[in-house]
Design a protein around this ligand. Structure first.
Ligand code: SAH
Length: 355
């Protein structure tokens, strides 16, 4: 018997595709690269490529569970109710959140939207009661929805538009030696740039994420018609800005996004400001977009850390360092934002009040 052939590298696939049919868009490049990346490994944790808030501390998922239970309670404890998570990774956030929610009598049906077979396998172990979905379309259309997405939107492919002497063009990808590089496409793309941003210096880049807008559009429509609330947590910005934020991370280091596609996690900052009117256009309420540190502190992370440390004094130092990592402005506290959405007749939700 011969060993099964190793899958052809994505770089080789891209080279052949480009040779046959011409440059591919950056959006296509990033989408395919991440599909390959997530399908083949568990990227999380110290032995992996990056670490996320729920993997840093159980407090993160617990406070999210508390927030959801409080919302559901104040909305009159509707049934049926569904917990929906987009891109649940190892299932850690869901396990922590559902454990806390149960203490408040909230025991929702669990729906996980996951494209990676490898991660689905891990989620199966931690959440055997869950149902899996390839996308939101198969999640039940009746019953309130409590939805969470942590570091999900940042993995969706971005489109880059670049200003050239001939006008706006899409950034396309071609091979260059070992790596790939971006060039301006030939097709005019001026119509895709908002009018007030069209006048710009040559070389200006505008980054958009049509996939993120599509997810928000669908979630907001579901919340408006089914009732419920959603939390989107990601690193991103809430004021309009120019420029590329594309980056690649491998083994906890930034690497070249144009070398070895499919071998590193490609992400871009989330443009939260653009997503708000998308949600509102579907009749959904925007509760606010606030820094993660402030949100966790208003939900009581300091007190929770103190309780945990008292129960396990030998871990007090580790608990404090995890708390600090989640909330401090030099670490995740300011760069990460929490955006809350809710059905029109649902309550305001803790942590989004100005202050
Ligand atoms: N939320 C987890 C994991 C973040 S990594 C945590 O905080 O630890 C990104 C997650 O989104 C992974 O589970 C990945 O497989 C999933 N994902 C990425 N793109 C996706 C897509 N287009 N559809 C569904 N899931 C996707």
């Amino acid at each position: 018997m011969t060993a099964p052939a190793a899958p052809e590298s994505l770089a080789a696939v891209f080279r052949r595709l480009i040779a046959n049919t011409g440059p591919i868009s950056l959006m296509h490049y990033m989408g395919e690269a991440n599909a390959r990346y997530y399908a083949s490994r568990d990227p999380l944790g110290s032995g992996g490529d990056f670490i996320t808030a729920p993997e840093i501390s159980q407090m993160f998922g617990e406070l999210i569970g508390l927030w959801l239970a409080d919302m559901w309670n104040n909305a009159g404890r509707p049934e049926p109710v569904h917990y929906v998570e987009l891109g649940p990774g190892r299932g850690t956030l869901a396990s922590d959140a559902l454990r806390v929610a149960k203490r408040f009598g909230l025991e929702p049906q669990v729906h996980l939207v996951e494209s990676s077979p490898e991660l689905k396998h891990l989620q199966l172990t931690s959440l055997p009661q869950a149902q899996w979905h390839h996308d939101l379309s198969t999640v039940p259309q009746t019953g309130a929805i409590l939805l969470v997405a942590n570091e999900f939107l940042d993995a969706l492919p971005v489109r880059h538009l670049v200003k050239t002497a001939q006008g706006w063009r899409e950034r396309m990808v071609v091979p260059e030696g070992e790596r790939f590089m971006c060039i301006a496409g030939d097709r005019p793309m001026d119509a895709a740039v908002p009018e007030e941003r069209r006048e710009a210096e040559p070389g200006t880049i505008i980054e958009t994420c049509p996939g993120a807008a599509a997810v928000i559009d669908e979630v907001a429509g579901r919340l408006a018609s089914q009732g419920g609330a959603a939390l989107f947590i990601d690193y991103g910005y809430d004021k309009v800005r120019d420029g590329s934020t594309l980056q690649a991370v491998r083994a906890h280091q930034k690497v070249d996004p144009f070398l070895n596609p499919g071998e590193a996690d490609l992400t871009a900052l989330v443009d939260f400001a653009t997503l708000v009117p998308v949600a509102q256009a579907r009749g959904c309420r925007w509760l606010g977009t606030v820094p993660q540190g402030r949100w966790l502190q208003s939900l009581g992370i300091d007190a929770r850390a103190a309780t945990l440390a008292k129960a396990a004094p030998e871990q007090a130092e580790a608990i404090e360092s995890a708390r600090h990592r989640l909330v401090s402005s030099e670490q995740m506290g300011d760069l990460f934002k929490v955006m809350g959405l809710a059905a029109p007749n649902w309550p305001d939700g803790a942590g989004f009040q100005p202050g």
